[in-house]
Design a protein around this ligand. Sequence first.
Ligand SMILES: [Zn+2]
Length: 170
Amino acid sequence: MEIYKCRICGNTENNSTFDAEEKMFGTKEKFLYFECSGCRCIQIAEIPGNLSLFYPEGYFSLNLPKQNIIKNLIKQKWFQHSAGKKNLVGRVVNLKKGNAPFMNWLKNTNVNFDSSILDVGSGQGLRLYELELAGFRNLTGADPNIESNSILGKNICQIQEKYCRILTGY
Ligand SMILES: [Zn+2]
């Protein structure tokens, strides 16, 4: 069996592999991923040579949500409720829509509002904005396709390609 080395912590022991299908464009191409038994980071086994095939032009033209104060406030209450700051508005939305989407990633972790959270491949930082709305205070994004390092919000900084490379290897 091939040994995969974690790009985050360097662990090579007991890393389990699985296939993941491409879903964004529907090609269903399979890619081998592994989960590090040390830090639980999930990563692709081999980074494809030509990544631009998977991130065509316009991929990052994701628009941040329009500023509607009422909607944002409700969303904030929902996100806070999902993340553990219980409140009535959030509870009502939760009953209808379930937990905020980011909780799929966070539910099996022990993060709290002061935990350092790094979003590798953060694009324009939408996920980080959501986490900030929820109340997380120590957020960092890394993406090779942003123009420069920037401070996105009171609690968010975003770093660019050359730093990102250290983490992802590409
Ligand atoms: Zn690891």
